[in-house]
Design a protein around this ligand. Structure first.
Ligand code: C2E
Ligand code: MG
Ligand code: MG
Length: 391
């Protein structure tokens, strides 16, 4: 039986967003904005998980927490609000002290990726990723990179690929990184994970080079990888061993990741740049202090977060934000990549705004290394003059 998630929120758009993400994580979902219906669903439908908005016009979350404690609700509960974090924390304490299973707080607005990671981590089913299972997967070589093309927008030439970790699970099929990276980060397995993804990606570049495919590859590193001072030397040695130039590798770091241990991160990232690696600030615009990071750390590429990209053809605000980010990056001599390009309209808008490179489902989904040569051949046949979709 799947997990049942009950969402109470007075903003239907937001409740629908949560529902869509939760359904994609195999939750059965009900949403309501009505406290009476909420109470009825709690006792009759018996949710295993609850997301509770703290501030609603008709009822406040604290009142509902009191109600849940009264009916001895055993669901795992997240308290959510766009409110000051201290208020949410106070509500959390009230819930915990009343014996409820408060598993966390959610701050509005949030990204699908973050919400998915949280929901996946708290599944009660046995499909939950455990440290032991991940350990075995790493030992058995079940974690490998998939590759998603990055394409120059004004010429439609593929410029390289982003390596994205996939777990090829024997019975569950392909498991996406949002489900296991947080586990690896929390358990200390993230070094081993990054090591295996990096090693495979760099040897793959060597193999492609032998076939005449000179592709740049972007590799994601987590904040938790930025503790090892010898990281740059290790990557350097790997490149030499395989015969791949450091300049053809981009290391992608999310802004929040870059922030964790500022001085050490600065040291490690600077050394990577000195050795010739390119550095990209991933998911730009969603972290806490984007501009500070941009100023402090030696990035060579800015990757605009998908949340802005997706709406840049339909929302004036999103377009202005994207345009400003592109100008900002160019003024700092950085190149700009837009991720999450899902439609040709978005692609066209980005090209018009002067964005350098695009990545997303409209161009190609992440694929296994074996599919890359055929994809490149097909792409070249479809776009002999570098044109995309008849533009
Ligand atoms: P990211 O680095 O921001 O990667 C982009 C994510 O967006 C990928 O998800 C990619 O499959 C997805 N994506 C690409 N195009 C589209 C599109 O058009 N629409 C939508 N909706 N999504 C698109 P994925 O592969 O699930 O990876 C999720 C995140 O996990 C990555 O986000 C990255 O932060 C992390 N990750 C992936 N591989 C690794 C790794 O080897 N090490 C570390 N530390 N993190 C990794
Ligand atoms: Mg990335
Ligand atoms: Mg990203």
């Amino acid at each position: 039986m799947s997990d049942r998630l009950l969402v109470i929120d007075d903003e239907p758009d937001f409740a629908n967003f949560v529902a869509r993400v939760a359904e994609s994580c195999a939750y059965e979902v009900r949403t309501t904005d009505n406290p009476t219906e909420f109470r009825a669903l709690c006792t009759q439908w018996r949710p295993s998980h609850i997301i509770l908005d703290l501030v609603m016009p008709e009822a406040d979350g604290v009142e509902l927490l009191r109600y849940l404690a009264g009916v001895l609700c055993s669901a795992r509960i997240w308290i959510m609000s766009g409110f000051d974090g201290r208020v949410v924390d106070a509500a959390r304490r009230i819930g915990t002290e009343r014996g409820l299973d408060i598993v966390g707080t959610l701050q509005k607005p949030m990204r699908a990726k973050e919400l998915r990671a949280v929901l996946e981590q708290h599944h009660t089913e046995e499909t939950v990723v455990t440290v032991e299972a991940l350990e075995e997967a790493l030992g058995r070589g079940e974690i490998l990179p998939f590759y998603q093309p990055k394409v120059v927008l004004n010429s439609l030439q593929p410029v390289g690929f982003e390596a994205l970790a996939r777990w090829q699970h024997s019975s569950q099929g392909t498991i996406c990184p949002d489900r296991f990276i947080p586990v690896a980060e929390a358990s200390g397995q993230i070094d081993a994970l990054s090591e295996t993804v990096t090693r495979q990606a760099v040897s793959q570049m060597g193999e492609w080079k032998g076939m005449g495919i000179e592709a740049r590859v972007a590799i994601n590193l987590s904040a938790h990888n930025l503790h090892e001072e010898a990281l740059a030397d290790r990557l350097n040695a790997l490149c030499r061993h395989v015969g791949v130039p450091e300049e053809s590798i981009t290391i992608e770091i999310t802004e929040t990741a870059a922030m964790a241990e500022p001085l050490r991160a600065l040291d490690i990232l600077t050394r990577l740049r000195i050795k010739g690696f390119k550095l990209s600030i991933d998911d730009f615009g969603t972290g806490f202090s984007s501009l500070v990071q941009l100023h402090r750390l030696p990035f060579s590429e800015l990757k605009i977060d998908q949340s802005f990209v997706k709406e840049c053809d339909s929302s004036r605000e999103a377009r202005i934000i994207v345009k400003t980010m592109i100008e900002l990056a160019h003024n700092l001599d950085m190149s700009v990549v837009a991720e999450g390009v899902e439609t040709e309209a978005v692609l066209q808008t980005l090209a018009d705004l002067g964005c350098d490179v695009g990545q997303g489902y409209a161009l190609a989904r992440p694929m296994g290394a074996g599919s890359v040569p055929a994809w490149l051949a097909q792409w070249a046949a479809r776009h002999p003059h570098g044109e995309f979709g008849g533009r």
